[in-house]
Design a binder for this molecule. Structure first.
Ligand code: SF4
Ligand code: SF4
Length: 378
């Protein structure tokens, strides 16, 4: 059994229980990956759904109607530097008729095959919807499920019938009682979908840890955020232009879950909803354990972005002398010994399996930070 750990929570950091919207930013920025082809030129007027960029085989369409402005260097969690800038005209012009819900009963294998890589569903024993967030204070996956639970249950039910998948689980953490109650009443319609209420343990949201915990193999495990894109493709027949993000931290009083358009500037969202009174706060993307400190100026919300913690700056705790207590190696979920990271040969092998989970630094009683001194210092 892999090791899982219960993280101590800071009571000053809250997470909202409702979703707000920020769906009409002034500008949107679409990532231009290496070897992409840009299909539009400056000053082109575009509608929602117009093809703008081809990344390998994927066509990126416009999330907004407006004017193509320029190509800009921006920062993000995507491994790309350049972005196509669209100035929103707020007219919401679209190249498609308004969304009509596809009748799920008419969804066929052939149709699914035309829309997504459907071989993932074939010959599976388990279909798992994973709504577990790993990071404390980030509840993005959890809220995807609870914003769309009726739609998701119906699609799960249909996919399991179409592909003869005998077991369907929906996995949530036990600390979300209001949402669990909603889900339980909806599940009455789907007797073969099982709700798995799981403890709040760090890394349980990772697929291998979750399947190990549930003692299952031959599964197809899908994160709730990914299932939202599948739902849009199969049922609403459209690209996914929006996403949920969590914004929290001890430097603000009103944490929120916000629905934003992919490509929005993070700073626009922060300025719209939050008054930060703390001078020089720390902005941490994607959580305290596995996240990274960012500068929110020119930072674009891409698919990889799950949430932001706005934190009061703290005095770094002085790192002491190693006590040889072995806690760092005992806690490591993949049985690495971080004390050996100075050995180049060991480190080269270790970084192939390290999860970047941060537990070794988190557990160290004398604040030795392996993020800087070991695997994470590159
Ligand atoms: S960051 Fe890497 S070395 Fe440290 S506990 Fe996690 S997996 Fe182990
Ligand atoms: S947890 Fe910290 S003090 Fe203990 S062995 Fe590891 S580095 Fe040394």
């Amino acid at each position: 059994m892999q090791k899982l750990i219960e993280l101590k929570k800071d009571e000053n950091i809250l997470v909202s229980s409702t979703i707000s919207n920020f769906l009409s930013p002034d500008y949107l920025y679409l990532a231009i990956k290496n070897d992409s082809e840009i299909l539009v030129s400056k000053k082109t007027s575009v509608k929602i759904g117009d093809p703008l960029i081809i990344n390998n085989t994927q066509t990126i369409t416009s999330p907004s109607s407006g004017l193509i402005k320029s190509i800009k260097k921006m920062s993000s969690l995507a491994k790309t530097e350049y972005f196509l800038e669209i100035e929103n005209d707020f007219e919401e012009r679209s190249n498609k008729p308004p969304i009509t819900q596809n009748n799920l009963n008419k969804l066929t294998k052939e149709e699914i095959n035309n829309l997504i890589d459907s071989h993932i569903f074939i010959d599976k024993d388990y279909l798992i919807l994973n709504a577990l967030d790993d990071e404390p204070y980030i509840l993005t996956e959890n809220f995807y499920l609870f914003a769309y639970y009726e739609e998701f249950l119906e699609l799960l039910d249909n996919l399991s019938k179409i592909y003869n998948i005998p077991n369907v689980y929906v996995c949530v953490k036990s600390n979300s009682s209001t949402n669990i109650n909603k889900l339980m009443s909806a599940l009455g319609m789907y007797p073969h979908i099982e709700l798995k209420i799981l403890p709040d343990l760090y890394l349980l949201g990772k697929e291998s840890f979750l399947c190990n915990y549930l003692n299952i193999t031959n599964d197809l495990t899908i994160k709730a955020s990914t299932f939202y894109s599948i739902y849009n493709t199969l049922v609403r027949k459209r690209s996914t232009f929006d996403k949920l993000i969590t914004i929290s931290g001890d430097a603000l009083k009103n944490p929120m879950i916000i629905k934003v358009k992919i490509g929005t500037l993070l700073k626009d969202v922060v300025n719209e909803f939050f008054k930060i009174t703390t001078p020089n706060p720390l902005f941490i993307a994607n959580g305290l354990m596995m996240g990274q400190v960012i500068n929110i100026d020119n930072f674009v919300i891409t698919d990889e972005f799950l949430g932001l913690l706005i934190m009061k700056p703290k005095e770094p705790k002085e790192s002491g002398k190693c006590l040889n207590c072995s806690l760092c190696s005992e806690v490591c979920p993949v049985s690495l010994n971080p004390l050996l990271f100075n050995d180049k040969k060991y480190y080269e092998e270790a970084k192939k399996i390290c999860l970047n989970c941060g537990l070794c630094s988190y557990i160290c009683p004398v604040y030795i930070n392996f993020f800087k001194e070991g695997v994470h210092y590159e």
